[in-house]
Design a protein around this ligand. Structure first.
Ligand code: SAM
Length: 271
């Protein structure tokens, strides 16, 4: 079965990285794991030694392969379909020995990383009702750096704020391209997202989403220039001063709390 490009198939072949992924998930024997894209089962085999696994794979041929290889294992349930459209929990009701997954562990197809993270965490204004204890993902390095970026760094952007509003994000390890067959064109990293409630939530989460989207629309511009379409520059400078943020700041210089605070004092045109 040659790997299929359209499904982002790159088989992870490094025992060391597979072990690091499993360790990062910190699995207890009674936990149920959701695995997205089990592929040929390299990660799945390791997981089912510890816990029950519900795996979702889009590729029918791989599903047949997995059923042959792992179908007899009591710790394994395979659902064929697209992670982005499947409503997982009702399907699990068909398997009496399985409960809903509490953790996610996956080496995901890079072309749908954003939509997968949104499916697992939700958005600032509509957080997911399912709150996983942790989500360990192998992602493209550049995306991992944005997810885990600190304020002031080049990588801190709209994705950082949107995800860090909903979860703590940690970098676990680097994964060079040669750990896969076939090697992808880019290096990768393992990240762990730990969903949590934010200590200081935004009063108007839709407004925060708009500010983040518009505030990072041009990375090279100062925040006040990006936000010109939403607020008078003088008024914004006044708000930034109130928050002890310099008038020339760019979006990446504001931390998560600054973004929330800015949205909380931002004039909302709806009012
Ligand atoms: N877990 C395997 C490994 O580590 O070797 C395979 C990882 S490979 C990068 C991504 C896997 O996700 C492939 O098996 C692919 O067929 C599957 N996949 C791609 N798009 C998917 C989707 N929308 N829903 C579920 N699985 C998908």
């Amino acid at each position: 079965m040659p790997p299929r490009k359209r499904f982002g198939q790159h088989w992870l072949q490094s025992d060391k990285i597979l072990d690091q992924i499993v360790t990062a998930a910190d699995l207890k024997s009674d936990e149920i794991v959701l695995e997205i894209g089990p592929g040929k089962g390299a990660l799945t085999r390791r997981l089912i030694d510890f816990v029950k696994v519900v795996a979702i794979e889009i590729d029918r041929d791989l599903c047949q392969f997995l059923v042959k290889k792992l179908g007899n294992n009591d710790n394994f349930v395979l659902l064929q379909g697209d992670i982005l459209s499947l409503d997982i929990n009702p399907l699990i009701d068909n398997f009496p020995r399985f409960q809903y997954p509490t953790k996610v562990v996956a080496n995901i197809p890079y072309n749908i990383t954003g939509p997968i993270i949104e499916k697992l965490l939700g958005t600032i204004s509509r957080p997911s009702e399912t709150k996983y204890k942790s989500i360990v993902l192998l992602v493209q390095k550049e995306v991992g750096e944005r997810l885990t970026a600190k304020p002031g760094s080049r990588d801190f952007g709209a994705l950082t704020v949107r995800v860090q509003y909903l979860a703590d994000c940690e970098l676990i390890c680097d994964v060079p391209a040669n750990c896969f067959y076939p090697p992808p064109k880019v290096d990768s990293v393992v990240v762990r997202l730990t969903p949590r409630d934010i200590a200081t939530p935004a009063n108007d989460t839709k407004l925060l989403e708009t500010l983040v989207k518009v505030g990072f629309s041009s990375k090279r511009k100062m925040l006040k220039n990006n936000l010109k379409s939403l607020i008078d520059v003088d008024k914004l400078e006044q708000l930034l001063t109130e928050l002890h943020i310099k008038n020339e700041a760019r979006g990446e210089e504001l931390g998560l709390t600054d973004w929330v605070n800015l949205s909380n004092i931002f004039p909302n045109n709806k009012e």
